[in-house]
Design a protein. Structure first.
Length: 142
């Protein structure tokens, strides 16, 4: 084999491996699996108790008036939409008495808590606090 063919074959192998990694990451992003860390969800808990629990309940299940942030109703309301859509909703409308007051990091910490309570598996990387990245992560059933 010539040196050029060897280099070409090696390049193809690297690109194929990278494509495989992309497929795995895309599959995780499509379901929300592994897109947050346990530490991020834990950071969201005190903030949730302070800013959200009075309306959405201590267990994130909501009530007859306020929607839950976990369970079948949550999944039905958000399935097929993106985490970016959820991020925008939280950023613009929450908390109800002071909408728009959460930082991007607080918003994604709260989202990580929601994922954790909803039994989506944690991963090794925090949920990003940039809406563009969150638009790529669809909300599906855990």
């Amino acid at each position: 084999m010539t040196k050029t063919v060897t280099i070409l074959m090696a390049t193809c192998a690297v690109l194929a491996g990278a494509a495989g990694v992309h497929v795995v990451l895309h599959a995780q992003a499509a379901t929300g699996a592994g897109v947050y860390t346990d530490a991020q969800a834990k950071r969201g808990m005190p903030l949730y108790k302070e800013q959200c629990a009075a309306c959405h309940g201590e267990d994130l299940r909501g009530n007859d008036i306020i929607p839950g942030l976990t369970g079948q109703m949550f999944t039905d309301n958000w399935q097929g939409k993106s985490r970016g859509d959820l991020y925008d909703k939280i950023q613009m409308t929450m908390p109800a008495l002071n909408p728009g007051s959460l930082t991007p990091e607080q918003t994604t910490d709260l989202m990580a808590l929601v994922l954790s309570v909803s039994k989506y598996p944690a991963g090794n990387t925090d949920l990003p606090s940039k809406v563009e990245a969150l638009q790529q992560i669809k909300i599906d059933k855990p």
